[in-house]
Design a protein around this ligand. Structure first.
Ligand code: GFB
Length: 320
């Protein structure tokens, strides 16, 4: 990959895509291309192939997709499976037709079975039933993994997938119904502090544990992989993707305490056990990636503080 290579980042305005744009731009990559929505709807094959024919990107990173937290996944099940399968199929096929040099597809740790041994290694894919709350999303992401693998095996395409753990960072979704836990708690504790509320309610029992990775670390890992790893090095190991995690696992109740402290809220935490817990643990084994020479740099304490500062700044901008 050269500094002037044409690199298509699908989903450039989202949490992951915008981090990739920041990372690649700051490293001197000058030829990034995008598909603004709604001019390009990646669920539509003709629009997707038109874009590839016109732009002929050399490198592709698929960070586009319908995403959301546990309730969004559970409520909008049809949209989560349809949108994500269409986006993956359309982009991967168009990339094959236009002879893209390298494609990286981003999935999620929810591809692994509900009762998966922890930490979850790449080879545990498709060894058991998925967690029901995110089965449609997980199936769509598994389809993306298998698309890359199949285009590699049949056509020799340099396409492969990476599975990030739970991510957080700037440009996340802070909507209290559809977001993931981390941005939701930043907003809940902040609003409770401003309103002098006595308590904040969080969903579930607080017992599940999650691993979190700052999205800037993810972008760093993806650039590292673009520069160093081709599909053959993954598939020859008998696996179909690489995990990208931080190794930093925390219970939801401890996470709530950490965010409460960062925000400076002094009231109580309540648990709403009518809301689902989802998977009890979801810790990735990132041993393979670490052995290749990549390590995360942002701790949760630093990352959450950075996110809170970003949240304050962006809410000021929204109100000014
Ligand atoms: O982040 P989250 O929505 O998704 O929830 P998953 C993680 C845990 O935090 C669950 C609890 O046990 C939630 O019940 N939680 C506590 C909350 N308070 C809140 C809150 O205010 N908002 C939210 N959202 N959760 C998603 C999958 O699973 O993870 C996706 O649904 C994707 O498909 C993503 O894989 C990474 O970690 O449970």
């Amino acid at each position: 990959m050269e500094k002037n290579s044409k690199i298509y980042i699908a989903g450039n305005t989202g949490l992951v895509g915008s981090a990739l744009v920041r990372k690649f731009t700051s490293e001197g990559y000058t030829n990034l291309v995008f598909t603004p929505y709604p001019e390009y709807d990646l669920r539509k094959q003709p629009q997707t192939t038109d874009f590839f024919e016109r732009e002929k990107p050399e490198y592709v990173i698929i960070a586009a997709g319908k995403v959301g937290g546990i309730i969004a996944n559970n409520s909008y099940r049809a949209e989560f499976i349809y949108d994500n399968i269409m986006i993956a199929s359309n982009i991967i096929h168009a990339a094959y037709l236009s002879k893209v040099k390298q494609l990286i597809f981003l999935g999620s740790s929810c591809i692994y079975p509900k009762n998966c041994p922890q930490p979850m290694k790449e080879e545990y894919l498709l060894t058991g039933p998925l967690e029901p709350t995110n089965e449609p999303y997980g199936i769509a992401k598994i389809a993306g993994i298998k698309l890359c693998e199949s285009y590699y095996r049949q056509y020799g395409c340099n396409f492969y997938s990476v599975m990030p753990t739970n991510l957080y960072g700037p440009n996340d979704n802070f909507d209290l119904e559809t977001s993931h836990v981390l941005p939701a708690l930043v907003r809940k504790f902040h609003e409770a502090k401003i309103k002098n509320n006595k308590e904040v309610t969080i969903w579930g029992t607080g017992q599940p544990r999650r691993e979190f990775l700052h999205v800037d670390d993810l972008a760093d890992a993806i650039l590292f992989l673009c520069l160093n790893i081709n599909s053959e090095e993954i598939f020859k190991q008998g696996i179909s993707h690489l995990n990208i995690g931080s190794g930093e696992e925390i219970s939801i109740s401890k996470l709530a305490e950490l965010i409460k402290k960062t925000v400076g809220f002094t009231g109580q935490i309540q648990f709403d056990e009518s809301k689902p817990d989802g998977m009890l643990r979801k810790l990735l084994s990132s041993a393979r990636l670490n052995e290749l020479g990549w390590e995360k740099t942002i701790t949760m304490e630093v990352g959450i503080l950075k996110l809170y500062e970003w949240y304050l700044k962006s809410s000021q901008n929204r109100h000014s």
